[in-house]
Ligand binder design. Structure first.
Ligand SMILES: *[C@@H]1O[C@H](CO)[C@@H](O)[C@H](O)[C@H]1NC(C)=O
Ligand SMILES: *[C@@H]1O[C@H](CO)[C@@H](O)[C@H](O)[C@H]1NC(C)=O
Ligand SMILES: *[C@@H]1O[C@H](CO)[C@@H](O)[C@H](O)[C@H]1NC(C)=O
Ligand SMILES: *[C@@H]1O[C@H](CO)[C@@H](O)[C@H](O)[C@H]1NC(C)=O
Length: 348
């Protein structure tokens, strides 16, 4: 009554017949935190089996989430992130268009005997899993939310990532996921201190194009023999949480600082060259030439985050300088502060 492998009705779409009625193959997500996240398993030939991660991506995961009534896909982790299943491995090269109501309408290679192993089992995290896997990353013990020891949330607990094979490509995915720009470095050896709880991931191996760390290949959760002396870190380009906007160069423009996940401007009250020097150093921009006031680089439109900034000149970042508390000011955007770095004039 079920689909027998290699029969035409098992091919595309690989519906199976039950008492003469074509049915979609049931799908489930196992070994995850909820029924809406886990290792993908498909019921064919009266047996549950897994899906190989060759060609597995977020489009395919989205169809699984739809079929299960679990919302949309947040990530499509491969590499047996939710542990290896047991035989059979039913599918490989799944290639959904994204509009299919059920996985069994997607193109795929039906297997049974194949060149995949259970280390390549595909997984899915859907939006209704009750965890937002995509949001579940943080960088701690660093100078800002965009630099620090990497921690990931799994099974309701934060844990670290072991630095085996940890590199700039992996760090880049973290920076993108956190909205922190690109990766500047991928420090190893507990550069940002040692964590204390679980070590969740090891042998992370991103290709660099993933939208979330959970899409990268890695050892299954918690499977490693690392110590916290090997905790991985990340430094992203927006570690500074400061930027110069509305000019021809990243080293000139209106000063904007990131606070509470929101960019805002700096008021020009007592704004001077010493402050501008701190900004330039922070951005790796060489010496400051001037500290233009009065919205010389145009007016911002969001919050005015800082006022009465009074650097001594030795600070590493603008937020280390004396200033009023965040958001406390008596300014309008006509007083937005700017910075002009020296060497850009070499081109004039
Ligand atoms: C998923 O993979 C298919 C090819 O297998 C590709 O056409 C599609 O664009 C991919 N989707 C994403 C979001 O990368
Ligand atoms: C990372 O994965 C690629 C395949 O995607 C593989 O060729 C490479 O050897 C892996 N690197 C490590 C360090 O495991
Ligand atoms: C540690 O991990 C490596 C690689 O996964 C493995 O070869 C080795 O046997 C492990 N050692 C212990 C003590 O588990
Ligand atoms: C800036 O701070 C210094 C102390 O660090 C103080 O002496 C000086 O008066 C301050 N300048 C302004 C304009 O508030």
């Amino acid at each position: 009554t079920a689909c027998l492998l290699n029969l035409p009705e098992c091919l595309f779409p690989w519906v199976f017949a039950d008492a003469g009625i074509l049915k979609v193959a049931p799908v489930r997500l196992v070994n995850g935190p909820s029924r809406c996240a886990g290792r993908v398993e498909v019921f064919l030939n009266q047996q549950w089996g897994t899906v190989c991660d060759d060609g597995w991506n977020i489009t395919d995961a989205g169809v699984v989430c739809r079929q299960l009534g679990c919302g949309t896909a947040l990530s499509a982790p491969g590499g047996a992130r939710f542990g290896p299943g047991s035989d059979p491995i039913w599918l490989a090269d799944v290639n959904c268009a994204g509009t299919e109501p059920v996985l069994s309408q997607c193109r795929a290679r039906l297997l049974g005997v194949n060149n995949c192993n259970h280390g390549e089992d595909a997984g899915v995290v859907c939006s209704d899993a009750g965890i937002s896997e995509v949001a579940q990353l943080r960088l701690v013990n660093g100078p800002s939310r965009c630099a620090g020891r990497l921690e990931v949330f799994h099974n309701q607990q934060w844990g670290t990532v072991c630095d085996n094979s940890w590199d700039l490509q992996d760090a880049g995915v973290v920076c993108r996921q956190l909205g922190c720009g690109t990766a500047l470095s991928a420090p190893r050896g507990a550069h940002f201190g040692q964590g204390s709880d679980h070590i969740w991931l090891n042998n992370v191996n991103c290709t660099g194009t993933e939208v979330a760390l959970s899409d990268c290949r890695a050892r299954p959760w918690g499977e490693n023999n690392c110590t916290h002396r090997e905790d991985a870190g990340v430094e992203c380009s927006e570690v500074a949480q400061i930027r110069l906007v509305n000019s021809w160069s990243r080293c000139a423009g209106r000063v904007e600082v990131l606070h509470n996940q929101q960019w805002g401007t700096v008021c020009d009250d007592i704004w001077d060259i010493t402050n501008a020097e701190v900004v330039c150093r922070q951005l790796g921009c060489g010496p400051a030439l001037t500290a233009p006031r009065g919205a010389r680089f145009g007016q911002g439109s969001e919050r005015i985050w800082l006022d009465d900034v009074n650097c001594t000149g030795t600070e590493a970042t603008l937020s280390d300088c004396r200033a009023r508390p965040w958001g406390d000011n008596n300014c309008d955007h006509g007083e937005d502060a700017g910075v002009l770095q020296g060497s850009i004039w070499q081109f004039k």
